[in-house]
Design a protein around this ligand. Structure first.
Ligand SMILES: C[S@@+](CC[C@H](N)C(=O)[O-])C[C@H]1O[C@@H](n2cnc3c(N)ncnc32)[C@H](O)[C@@H]1O
Ligand code: SF4
Length: 375
């Protein structure tokens, strides 16, 4: 089982908080799409004999492409890889790119899951985030997607925003639940390097909300989502049964994935590889058979750390038998010692050989995972 991720490196404008890789100019788009297809062909051995169960178009803003351009990439994948008959194909969409006609086209070419970047249903928040859409466009986009027949829709939301009161966050959640969709990903705002947000915070033009307020927003989120029948299956992911993201689940379950396009990452358990974060260098590298990526071979400790970091965040938890069978005796012993400490403080629970975060543990997932790390 494996997944393919395709990074589409274009956006209309830079959102205040975002440091994903993209360019605003699309002058190299035709060449870029050719190179994406070429990379797809060049790297087919990476997933030799593996059945591809998920394809994910992320970015950047994949919905800026024409359906025919996405269709060409899909045809290329179908020609070069083994594809599962129930494949999940996700496309990240920004609401302002969407028309009814475009949605019908996306459906026709095989997209069966839409990930819509709503971020907030509050126009003030959207303005602060420098989003290129408003709340009405988001609601209309979701409604249209449902009418066109998409029955696997997820939206992204961000909480912990400056000036986001608990009431505002609750309003966002109520609007989300009224829309009756299958999945959503609420992310706690992080201040990333080289973003406008970082500059605003550093120059004290904007102040972040307190940790206590973020905890309140998180608790409201988890309680309301539970009431509405969503399963909190990963720290930032909630889905109705049968609608968890297969693509992301594969990441968290240590499955192989192939990343195509500038800045895309690939993983095959023993190594991690990442493509250059530059459209120009990527295109030159592909066209001239030159280097356009870096590779890191993962030692046993790194593989273990990777396993802990990804599985601890999920409902499936960390399996101590897996650690015992796949890593060494000392690592297994260290893991047990560390887990005792967090179990005692009630940040973890233990059910047979499975360790899971408790609700208060979920608020400290990264710190707890790093306490387990082998250095
Ligand atoms: C690849 S990005 C964006 C996809 C798409 N272009 C969009 O804007 O909707 C995926 C998601 O990461 C989240 N995200 C990006 N930067 C973030 C940050 N600094 N803090 C919290 N969430 C962030 C946003 O919710 C975003 O929708
Ligand atoms: S959040 Fe999405 S649209 Fe905004 S800059 Fe990042 S990738 Fe582009």
């Amino acid at each position: 089982m494996a997944g393919i991720y395709i990074h589409i490196p274009y956006c209309k404008q830079q959102c205040t908080y975002c440091n994903f890789y993209f360019r605003i100019s699309q002058k190299d788009k035709v060449e870029m799409l050719k190179c994406i297809e070429k990379e797809m062909e060049l790297r087919k051995m990476y997933l030799e004999n593996k059945i591809v169960k998920t394809i994910y178009f992320g970015g950047g803003t994949p919905s800026m492409l024409q359906a025919s351009e996405i269709e060409k990439i899909l045809q290329n994948i179908y020609q070069n890889y083994l594809i599962d008959e129930n494949i999940e194909i996700t496309l990240e969409c920004n609401p302002d790119d969407i028309t009814e006609e475009k949605l019908y086209e996306f459906k026709r070419i095989g997209i069966n899951r839409l990930s819509i970047g709503v971020q907030s249903f509050d126009n003030e928040d959207l303005k602060f985030m420098n989003r290129s859409h408003n709340a009405t466009q988001s609601k209309e986009c979701i409604q249209m997607a449902k009418e066109v027949g998409f029955n696997n829709i997820t939206i992204d939301l961000i909480y912990g925003l400056p000036n986001q009161t608990l009431e505002k966050w609750e309003k966002n959640l109520n609007l989300l639940f009224d829309l009756d969709i299958q999945h959503f990903s609420p992310y706690a705002l992080t201040v990333e390097k080289k973003t406008t947000l970082k500059h605003l915070v550093d120059t004290k033009k904007v102040s972040l909300i307190s940790d206590e307020e973020i905890v309140e927003q998180f608790n409201l989120l988890t309680n309301k989502a539970k009431e509405k029948g969503f399963v909190h299956y990963e720290i930032s992911n909630f889905g109705k049964i049968g609608f968890f993201s297969n693509h992301n689940t594969a990441y968290w379950k240590n499955k192989y994935y192939l990343g195509i396009g500038p800045s895309a990452h690939s993983f095959n358990r023993i190594s991690r590889r990442w493509n250059v974060k530059s459209n120009k260098k990527y295109i030159e590298g592909i066209l001239n058979n030159a280097n356009y990526f870096e590779t890191e071979i993962l030692g046993l400790k790194q593989q273990y750390n990777e396993y802990i970091f990804t599985s601890l965040r999920t409902i499936w938890g960390v399996d101590s038998n897996f650690v015992k069978n796949n890593f060494n005796a000392e690592m297994h012993k260290n893991m047990q010692k560390t887990s005792k400490k967090w179990l005692k403080k009630k940040y973890l629970t233990e059910n047979g050989n499975i360790l899971r975060l408790t609700e208060k543990g979920k608020l400290m997932a990264d710190a707890i995972a790093s306490d387990f790390f082998e250095v």
